[in-house]
Design a protein around this ligand. Structure first.
Ligand SMILES: Nc1ncnc2c1ncn2[C@@H]1O[C@H](COP(=O)(O)OP(=O)(O)OP(=O)(O)O)[C@@H](O)[C@H]1O
Ligand SMILES: Nc1nc2c(c(=O)[nH]1)N=C(CO)CN2
Length: 321
């Protein structure tokens, strides 16, 4: 095991290790190294939280070491660099594009390095961490899954939710793949708050090429277009769009936290989400089915289709739950 990397809560991350990756490359400072080439090797240790993947036995919840290995070998065999440090950093950068990878150790070996003395190996090792703030602003290289929870308890809530859902679905870089049925839910209020009307809630699942920040901005724009005013925390509202998760990212800054910090305890999020996506997991919290079973909150399904957006597959808008 490499020295551990800790997550934000101080827990040691798991390690996935690939060693002895080998390729013919042309890295080096000397012209003959560029001309003749030589063998390079790499060891890669991925630091990640494997609990979700272990719970669901689903490769999508972790990272394929085969992909990381191929990417590392492509760097070894690829564009020549003067320094092993550069080669190691390139491999690390490729590995960190996999969002599940929180940190990575890369060692690059050059056992045929042009030294004038007997030696066994030359190794350069680097450790790199996920740029956690940057991750919230980065557009994913390929579409990633997102989950948005919608709610309203002022005005014609059903019409607002239908229109807001269509506005999201029609936005460039956003595609909806599953919709929960509509639920009527008892308001979850701050202690001592005045009573409020029941909410209508639903959950939208989709794929996006927007950055998480852009998706939040889009949600705010749709809220504003429907007259949302932020007067008090947890106040009654014409429309509320919460970004629950994007691409499995676990990251936070002052304006955006992923996954949504209260989603794991909210029946009005979890139960519709489960209905839309029975095998869903909430990054850092586990299976939505388990979380939904533990969450308190009164909820009653509103029968019938409630949104008119084209989905790639027939999904449960209004079937029995
Ligand atoms: N994952 C997220 N989704 C939506 N807003 C978020 C998220 N993370 C942080 N925020 C921030 O929270 C701020 C308050 O959001 P909002 O007014 O919708 O809160 P709320 O709906 O009253 O309460 P709650 O956040 O508990 O749902 C937003 O301006 C936004 O910047
Ligand atoms: N039932 C219900 N209660 C809430 C809701 C909501 O969407 N549904 N949203 C809140 C703040 O986002 C606070 N309380």
């Amino acid at each position: 095991m490499r020295p551990p990397v800790h997550d934000d809560a101080g827990a040691v991350l798991d390690q996935v290790e690939v060693t002895g990756l080998r390729a013919f490359g042309r890295h080096g400072v000397f012209p003959e190294e560029r001309r003749e080439g030589q063998t390079f090797l790499a060891d890669v240790v991925l630091h990640l939280d494997s609990r979700e993947a272990a719970g669901s036995d689903d490769l999508a919840a972790t990272v394929s070491y085969a992909d990381v290995a191929e990417e590392a070998v492509a760097v070894l065999a690829g564009e020549p660099a003067d320094l092993l440090e550069t080669v190691a950093a390139r491999i690390a950068e490729r590995a960190l594009r996999h969002r599940a990878v929180r940190a990575v150790d890369v060692s690059v070996h050059k056992p045929e390095a042009p030294l004038t003395v007997p030696f066994t190996d030359v190794t350069v090792s680097v450790r790199r961490h996920q740029d956690r703030a940057g991750v919230l602003d980065a557009r994913p290289p390929a579409p990633v899954e997102f989950v948005v929870a919608v709610g309203a308890n002022l005005g014609d809530a059903a019409t607002t939710l239908r229109r807001a859902t269509a506005e999201l679905a029609n936005h460039l870089g956003v595609e909806l793949t599953a919709l929960s049925p509509l639920a009527r839910t008892a308001p979850v209020l701050a202690p001592g708050a005045a009573p409020q009307p029941d909410y209508l809630n639903a959950v939208l699942v989709g794929r996006t090429t927007l950055s998480p920040r852009e998706l939040l901005g889009l949600c705010h724009a749709v809220e504003a277009a429907h007259g949302r005013q932020r007067l008090e925390r947890w106040g009654a509202r014409t429309l509320d769009l919460d970004v629950i998760s994007v691409g499995g990212i676990v990251a936070a800054d002052d304006h955006l936290e992923l996954p949504h910090p209260r989603a794991h305890e909210r029946a009005f999020v979890l139960r519709p989400w489960l209905a839309a996506q029975p095998d869903a997991t909430l990054p850092g919290h586990g299976r939505v089915a388990d979380l939904a079973a533990d969450a308190d909150g009164e909820l009653e399904w509103v029968a019938g289709p409630w949104a008119d957006v084209g989905l790639p597959a027939d999904t449960g808008t209004g079937e029995d739950h």
